[in-house]
Design a protein around this ligand. Sequence first.
Ligand code: NAD
Length: 253
Amino acid sequence: MLRLKGKVAVITGGAGGIGLATAKLFLQEGAKVVIVDIDREVLEKAILAIDHENLSICVADVSKAMDTEKFVETALEVHGKIDIFFANAGIEGTSKPISEYPDDIFDKVIGVNLKGVWLGCKHVIPKMQQGGSVIITSSVAGLKGFSGLGAYVASKHAVVGIMRVAAQENAKRKIRVNTIHPGPVNNNMMRRIEEDMSPSSPDQVMKGFEAAVPLGRYAESSEIAAMALFLASDESKYITGTTHVVDGGMLSS
Ligand code: NAD
């Protein structure tokens, strides 16, 4: 049986590694999907590559209220309702100690990772169906500090707070709200982080991260998508207001 048959899902950061893997999985499971991303070119490539009648796209910047309202309207116009909201768009910023961290990059990271999730909860949840599911992509950096990643760590901790409040505020409508906390994932974001931390030897950075993961490797985007599917489906209908770690054991050590 298809686990998301008849459901409509909106996925932000939908042209990126985790977002696109999740869009594909949700489509396979019978959902209609709107992928939202700031990057028009990558979105257009995605729609051509996936070529599915139940997939649509919307170019929007999640850090802007007007753009958020635009993607809500698009989803409602195209599909008539929203059951699942995957607030997944995120950026990594740079790697520098707090004392040297550039203010403009801090503002950008907070704008996308924190305000983007806030605006999503503010504008999407009121338009969602009763019994819906909101899934927010945090990170292991939302549960633990990582030296040099102050803005990212701050933003990913903060969305746990939003998740806990939104879960309480929306429980009467049976809308569940949860966070996912991936460890390092084998996609473009980690490639950028490795380059930023050590332009001359990104491979060494990768080896260091892998050594910190008891299972000895990065996750694939599809392995994070599998958790999103569980949280989106009725299999998790008694789960709300909590954190879900997918990290190969990283936080256990
Ligand atoms: P990614 O860079 O492949 O995807 C992120 C997507 O978000 C991109 O397509 C990008 O264009 C989009 N985006 C960026 N700013 C946006 C904005 N203002 N509005 C709309 N879209 C925007 O990386 P990913 O790994 O797929 O990241 C997805 C989420 O997972 C992020 O929130 C990230 O912080 C989180 N995460 C990633 C990792 C990892 O190792 N890659 C680990 C833990 C958590």
